[in-house]
Design a binder for this molecule. Structure first.
Ligand code: PLP
Length: 436
């Protein structure tokens, strides 16, 4: 399988090239040249398969030109040491828990898988890599965790001082080994600018073989298709149509779901669940896409004003607005509604959502109410563990919540970060000294 840039459908890249580049040279996003249909026999057999086997079947068509079968099986084995359980809330309402990975958020799926690919590539070429990540909190720790102890790969994390939560900071600064955290005396935008400048600096690029691992990388998108198939596999047998609600920010998760659908996973309807950063809802309603500056909310991983995977969604549907509108329904909710939903689900369903999952739950309820079809099997994606947003969740449900053991361990470890000013030259000097 080859990959093209969304800005030039005639271009072709191997998977390995696309993974190393991240973004196509023309600024477009990589897409596979075809979305292969899974054989019906495999789809029928999904309920008999475990997560790693399901992941293999979905990944193989995309990977087989670049890696052999045993290697891809090894990727799955190493990357997915955690599950994506589907929990019933009622007879026809389910939660797919995507927060059982090392950093308790769904980004672990993409980060773990991408790290396997890059480690293998470093082994094949002998070319060591440095990965630079600017993070406002969550993504950075998932990526860094994924690359923890991967041979020949150094990870440098930049995060803004005093602008991430205590839990987030501990998750970023206690990893160690090949992962270094830099606490930048500036904002997230400063961190992003510094990383961008490093990529554009010829000296650094040549010496350090810089790679980014950000969420638009195709190696982070592909593994997100796996859990849609795993969700379907865990549903009780039924001939009801399936609807999945996806808490949406950069739209990577939703894009992966649409790809899984096009591969033949029988999902009939998607719900894009948004907070007040609702650029995509506006598109669904009007056909016009008008990016805006994001505003902060309690579901902060969804605070995106210019969702980068929008072009991939257009591409998947040949830019056909009416088709997109048919498959995706959108809903938007305030922080006050999100807090109420956390409380309501806790009291009435004995289920504790994090703020992102709660937006997904709200959107699904609204869709079910407005939908003309009576019977659905409905799934909400729970993208983060409620303990990651302890303060908001405790305020909403009026209960103290226990930290999972993994998180409690992390909080006990001492913070290790180097404080650096936001000036690029200081950062360049710091990077330079690591290699010379
Ligand atoms: C990143 C993130 C999202 C948004 O996912 P996208 O793929 O960017 O749409 C939702 N919830 C959580 C917890 C996240 O970390």
């Amino acid at each position: 399988m080859k990959f093209y840039s969304t800005r030039d459908k005639a271009s072709r890249y191997t998977l390995k090239e696309a993974v190393l580049l991240g973004l196509a040279p023309d600024g477009g996003l990589f897409m596979p040249e075809e979305i292969p249909a899974l054989p019906p026999a495999i789809i029928q057999n999904l309920p008999e398969m475990n997560f790693k086997e399901i992941a293999f079947e979905l990944a193989w068509p995309f990977l087989k030109a670049d890696f052999n079968r045993a290697t891809v099986e090894h990727f799955m084995d190493q990357a997915f040491t955690f599950e994506a359980p589907l929990k019933p809330l009622t007879n026809d309402l389910f939660v797919l828990e995507l927060f059982h990975g090392p950093t308790l958020a769904f980004k672990d799926f993409g980060a773990q898988f991408m790290a396997q690919l890059l480690e293998q590539m470093v082994q094949e070429t002998g070319q060591e890599l440095t990965i630079l990540v600017a993070t406002s909190g969550d993504t950075g720790s998932a990526v860094a965790r994924g690359f923890f102890k991967k041979k020949g790969i150094q990870v440098v994390l930049l995060y803004p001082a005093n602008r991430v939560s205590e839990i987030q900071e501990k998750q970023l600064t206690t990893i160690g080994e090949n992962v270094t955290a830099l606490e930048i005396d500036g904002t997230f935008d400063d961190c992003q600018r510094m990383v961008k400048q490093a990529f554009n600096d010829p000296d650094l690029r040549e010496k350090l073989h810089l790679t980014s691992a950000n969420s638009i990388n195709i190696a982070r998108l592909l593994p997100q298709t796996f859990y849609y198939a795993a969700a379907f596999a865990q549903l009780p047998p039924s001939n009801r149509a399936v609807v999945v609600s996806v808490p949406s920010g950069n739209l990577g998760n939703l894009t992966a779901g649409l790809m899984a659908q096009q591969m033949g996973i029988p999902i009939h309807q998607f719900v894009s669940a948004l907070n007040v950063n609702d650029v995509f809802l506006h598109y669904l309603k009007s056909g016009r896409f008008n990016p805006r500056t994001a505003v902060p909310t309690i579901s902060n991983a969804m605070d995106v004003g210019n969702p980068s995977n929008f072009d991939r969604i257009l591409d998947l549907f040949g830019k056909n607005y009416s088709k997109i509108k048919q498959v995706i329904w959108g809903g938007r909710f305030s922080d006050a509604q999100t807090r109420q939903a956390i409380q309501w689900a806790y009291q009435k369903l004995a289920y504790l959502f994090d703020p992102h999952g709660a937006v997904g739950f709200l959107a699904l309820q609204k869709f079910l109410k407005e939908s003309k079809v009576d019977h659905w099997q409905a799934i909400v994606l729970a993208t983060a563990h409620p303990a990651k947003f302890k303060v908001v969740v405790e305020q909403s449900c009026g209960q103290t919540i226990a930290l999972p053991a993994r998180l409690a361990e992390t909080l006990k470890k001492p913070k290790r970060a180097e404080l650096l000013s936001k000036h690029f030259n200081v950062f360049k000097e710091w990077l330079w000294q690591r290699v010379t």
